[in-house]
Design a protein around this ligand. Structure first.
Ligand code: ADP
Ligand code: MG
Length: 699
């Protein structure tokens, strides 16, 4: 067995009790885990402060001095131990609230210590709670490094005596005793090309750098390695799928496609749309299953692409389905598509949770005998009872709202899986797309249809509401329609509901009927009622739509030119961007007004400023990624895929790009990893614990 897989309790100085703590607190199970437990900061060990010249903030510092006395103080919150620590220039109190019995036994008076801890200033006096203590004599025999690694440990470990010093020693002894066991993971020629440290060197210098330069080089190498193996896994998976998973071959772009293109398409396609349709056509003609992600900002025209893809399937005697996350959206798709298809022979049906039993029976029948060519629906499509004659293409709109398990069910509808096209309107930063969707083929619509006027975005405080209402009146007089959206956040649903209703009442007072008509749509309404209210607004019978975020996705009302977002500071950036995308769909100048209170968090301020500054979805997504980190942006904290140990998707974007390009080239030259150079890659790959969640998430 590889020494690195050895259970951590067998390391000298660990034992069963500490091993248990290391496992539960830090997920360190083996030698391998420990050397890959990287410091998150470094302290300059050559720097000691003198007590007469302490930094005036709560920073972490090193001191040298002696303990001159120890006393116990009884206080409201319990007993504490206080030691007076002095150097030639002054003294400071060291404080222990817990575990001091054990500490007291080991402390020596009037003996030189090197101590490390965080200063705590209170009423002009500094103290240091729970410092790490080491006899100066021992300290000098320890590892000689200019930087002192600070590990991201937990309070509990420190309390149980596994201090920074202890971890440092464990790592050092492991590195020293098993230096030969750290097998190289990257091919020689890459180390050479990038001038990287060997694995062994990198591990040593990441834990115990003697210069900043060594530290940076170690970090570069280890970050690259982390990206490299992520990309190897993703790209291998893509490659294997293309080798193994057969797909239907749609040989021709036939008469139905051409007839529609030439006679019924109401506008010219943008170049982006054409390019993407071509990519999809190539995929579906290749004999391999298509797995493509299509990204395109709101309003970029993904629906028509979905239709063309479907027409290719239908031309080849197959069926297609389009799945959308909400009933409203499905209805809109259905309406749009059946209008577009009204003069063609393609039959299109809609299936949702509220489809009547009678209709359902006839739809099931039509799907099974093939008279229905295109089905638009909610996740009701995934139900066991829905069987297609020959489903050739499944298109999933706004996939981030779906559980992946639901997507997976599609695979079992036929023997050969249908081609899959996932469309998303959430702009994802490139680095994230490369990591999360790295195994999918990827298309991008990066232009909007011509003639769109960019939406003007303003930020207004609640106290300016009257002005905003006056503006709404002007717009309504011009014949426009208005959205007013309230936040709906699950945890406080009741409160949100009350806000919505209060808002609705106040709006009703300011915009009295019969002059003004108001629709209201929220999550607690029945589907029928929602559709009814939505319908009135779509047909222009109401001037104002008051809603919670149910309208977020996909609703298309070109005459609506103002989007008011209430408590905008409570929305995330991508949500705000989605909401803004509801307007600016017609010929008129549109506006998005973000309402907020004066009290804004720093992040809240950045979010609103970003929205006012730019309409570019990708720029917004980058800011979102910086503010919230990849796990939160994608909602994948649990999936494991983005739990990078050392690399950072935001800061190390260049390195990620380099790793991806390197891996692409490597797999192009040696797809099976058979060359002698690549045995280290293969070995590392097979020793990696592959979290099955990763794969579930990705496809
Ligand atoms: P999304 O990508 O957000 O799903 P849609 O497909 O709903 O966008 O398209 C938004 C609007 O733009 C629709 O009204 C659609 O008819 C229109 N549209 C799409 N493509 C074009 C085009 N090439 N030229 C003009 N209008 C277009
Ligand atoms: Mg859409």
């Amino acid at each position: 067995m590889n020494v690195m897989q050895t259970a951590i309790e067998y390391l000298k100085g660990v034992g069963p009790e500490r091993a248990r703590l290391l496992k539960t607190e830090l997920q360190i199970h083996s030698y391998q885990d420990l050397v890959h437990f990287f410091p998150n900061r470094y302290l300059d060990r050559t720097q000691f402060h003198s007590l007469s010249n302490l930094p005036q903030n709560n920073s972490e510092i090193q001191l040298i001095g002696v303990i001159t006395s120890i006393e116990y103080v009884e206080q409201k919150h319990g007993k504490r131990m206080i030691a007076t620590f002095s150097d030639e220039t002054g003294s400071i109190e060291l404080v222990w609230f817990r575990g001091y019995k054990w500490i007291r036994e080991s402390l020596k008076l009037n003996t030189l210590y090197v101590i490390f801890g965080r200063l705590n200033w209170f009423k002009g006096r500094a103290s240091m709670p729970h410092p790490e203590m080491e006899l100066k004599e021992n300290y000098e025999q320890g590892v000689k490094a200019a930087f002192y690694p600070i590990y991201p440990t937990t309070e509990k470990l420190t309390q149980k005596g596994i201090s920074q010093r202890v971890i440092q020693k464990l790592v050092a002894s492991l590195l020293q005793e098993h230096a030969e066991s750290f097998a190289e993971t990257l091919p020689d020629y890459l180390l050479h090309h990038f001038k990287f440290y060997s694995k062994k060197e990198a591990l040593w210098h990441i834990h115990f750098p003697t210069t900043q330069h060594e530290l940076s080089r170690a970090q570069q190498r280890l970050k690259f390695e982390e990206f490299f193996f992520l990309q190897v896994q993703l790209l291998l998976k893509n490659q294997q799928r293309k080798q193994k998973i057969k797909g239907y071959t749609f040989k021709m772009v036939g008469p139905i496609f051409h007839e529609f293109y030439e006679n019924h398409l109401p506008f010219l396609l943008t170049n982006s749309q054409k390019k993407v349709i071509k990519e999809i056509r190539n995929d579906m003609g290749s004999g391999k299953q298509m797995n493509r992600l299509l990204q395109g900002d709101v309003g970029s025209g993904k629906t028509i692409v979905a239709l063309f893809a479907s027409l290719i399937a239908i031309d080849n005697q197959f069926q297609s389905c389009i799945v959308a996350p909400t009933e409203i959206l499905v209805q809109q798709h259905y309406q749009t598509l059946s209008e577009l298809l009204s003069k063609s022979e393609v039959s299109c049906e809609m299936l949702t949770g509220s489809t009547s039993k009678k209709d359902r029976v006839s739809i099931h029948e039509g799907l099974q005998n093939g008279t229905i060519h295109l089905l638009v629906g909610t996740h009701a499509i995934f139900e066991e009872t829905v069987q297609f004659k020959n489903l050739g293409l499944a298109i999933i709109d706004e996939q981030h709202r779906f559980g992946v398990a639901q997507r997976a069910k599609l695979w079992h509808k036929n023997d050969i899986p249908p081609h899959i096209l996932v469309m998303t309107a959430t702009p994802i930063p490139r680095t994230l797309a490369m990591s999360i969707y790295g195994d999918l083929d990827y298309s991008l619509i990066n232009e909007l249809p011509p003639g769109r006027k960019p939406v003007k975005t303003l930020h207004r405080f609640d106290k300016n509401r009257l002005q905003v209402f006056a503006f709404i009146k002007d717009q309504i007089d011009l014949g426009r329609q208005i959205y007013i959206v309230y936040p709906l956040i699950q945890e406080s649903e009741k409160l949100d509901y009350k806000d919505l209703m209060d808002g609705y009442e106040s709006i009703s007072r300011s915009f009295p009927s019969p002059k003004y008509q108001i629709s209201i749509v929220h999550g607690q309404m029945k589907a029928d009622d929602k559709a009814y209210e939505m319908g009135r607004f779509v047909r222009g019978e109401t001037n104002i739509m008051v809603a919670t975020t149910v309208i977020e996705v996909g609703v298309n009302v070109p005459n609506a030119s103002v989007m008011i977002v209430e408590s905008a500071e409570r929305f995330g950036l991508s949500q705000l961007h989605q909401l803004r995308g509801r307007v600016g769909r017609g010929a008129d100048q549109s506006y998005c007004i973000l309402m907020s209170s004066h009290a804004l968090s720093d992040d809240g301020k950045v979010r609103l400023e970003t929205m006012v500054k730019t309409n570019d979805g990708f720029e917004i997504a980058e800011v979102d990624l910086r503010l919230r980190g990849p796990g939160n942006v994608m909602g994948t904290q649990q999936s494991g895929i983005l739990q990078l140990k050392i690399a950072d998707l935001v800061k190390d974007a260049t390195l990620l790009k380099a790793a991806r390009d390197t891996v692409k080239q490597l797999l192009k030259n040696d797809p099976e990893l058979v060359s002698a150079h690549h045995q280290c890659v293969k070995r590392t790959l097979s020793s990696m614990r592959i979290d099955s969640n990763i794969w579930n998430f990705i496809s």
